[in-house]
Ligand binder design. Structure first.
Ligand code: ATP
Ligand code: MG
Length: 254
């Protein structure tokens, strides 16, 4: 694809030679796209994100970003891709919100001036500007998730990955995260989210990639794929036996 920001070709991964978990994963992502990767428990979604991010080493295949093959450069991939982990707590390292946001930037020696600029932009975007001095551990679940997202955004990644961003959130928390995703999308970010709670984002995602047993089995418009999902262990809500459509699933107006 001409405008691809990311091309993944035949990516394979296994913890040992006799046990291949991800098999020949290939897909493209365009700049500014919001893509949902769904699949049943154990289908390989989290491992795929970890391989892309450079936390695990693929056994085969290529990862191309803006035309440059970065497959052999896990360090470059770690800076190009931001990964928001499923468990926000495990990602928060600083005592206060501000210290947490500075942590990653200090590590790569970003100037204080630039740090302040990024913190100001990102906290405004995610509505955390009044929480900077607050102890991170006292934030609510939804706020922690927003802080984990903010910690990734201040590093200015080319693509943002989020693993199960709705896990353990109550209804207001889910709404906060959906609003955040829409804001990020509107501001031009490229986002890949992994979730089996597809009813929460189906209406907003540009595309759906469906995984099963470490393979991609579908890749296309969300609406067209909703009825296939049920057969592959992914819940889609229905009323009186009739599956809801993306239109029914719009939680928030754009
Ligand atoms: N460290 C590991 N050693 C061996 N097998 C592993 C390891 N981590 C994951 N697996 C296996 O790899 C497969 C894919 O795991 P992965 O975590 O990617 O699934 P997932 O699609 O993210 O599932 P979930 O929806 O439950 O988060 C699973 O069968 C899992 O048991
Ligand atoms: Mg997972």
């Amino acid at each position: 694809m001409e405008n691809s920001i990311l091309e993944v070709n035949n990516l394979c991964f296994g913890f040992n030679k006799n046990n291949q978990i991800l098999s020949n994963i290939s897909f493209n992502i365009e700049e500014g796209e919001f893509v949902l990767i769904a699949g049943a428990n154990g289908s390989g979604k989290s491992l795929l994100l970890k391989c892309l991010k450079g936390l695990l080493k693929p056994t085969n295949g290529s990862i191309v970003v803006n035309g440059q093959d970065v497959s052999k450069h896990s360090k470059i991939r770690r800076s190009l891709f931001g990964l928001v982990f499923q468990d926000a707590d495990s990602q928060i390292v600083g005592q206060t919100v501000e210290k947490d946001l500075k942590f990653g930037m200090d590590n790569i020696k970003i100037s204080s001036e630039e740090q302040l600029r990024r913190i100001s932009d990102v906290t405004e975007l995610l509505n955390l500007q009044n929480k900077l001095k607050m102890k991170a551990r006292n934030l609510s679940g939804g706020e922690k998730r927003r802080l984990a997202i903010a910690g990734v955004l201040v590093m200015e990644p080319k693509i943002i990955f989020m693993d199960e961003p709705f896990a353990n959130l109550d209804y207001p928390g889910v709404i906060q995260v959906i609003k955040t995703l829409l804001l990020l999308k509107e501001s031009g970010h490229t986002i890949i989210i992994v979730s089996h709670e597809i009813e929460k984002v189906a209406a907003h995602a540009d595309r759906l990639i469906l995984m099963e047993s470490g393979k991609i089995i579908e890749n296309g418009k969300v609406d067209k794929l909703l009825d296939t999902l049920l057969n592959h262990g992914v819940f889609v809500p229905s009323i009186d036996g009739k599956l809801l459509t993306c239109k029914d699933l719009t939680w928030l107006k754009h």
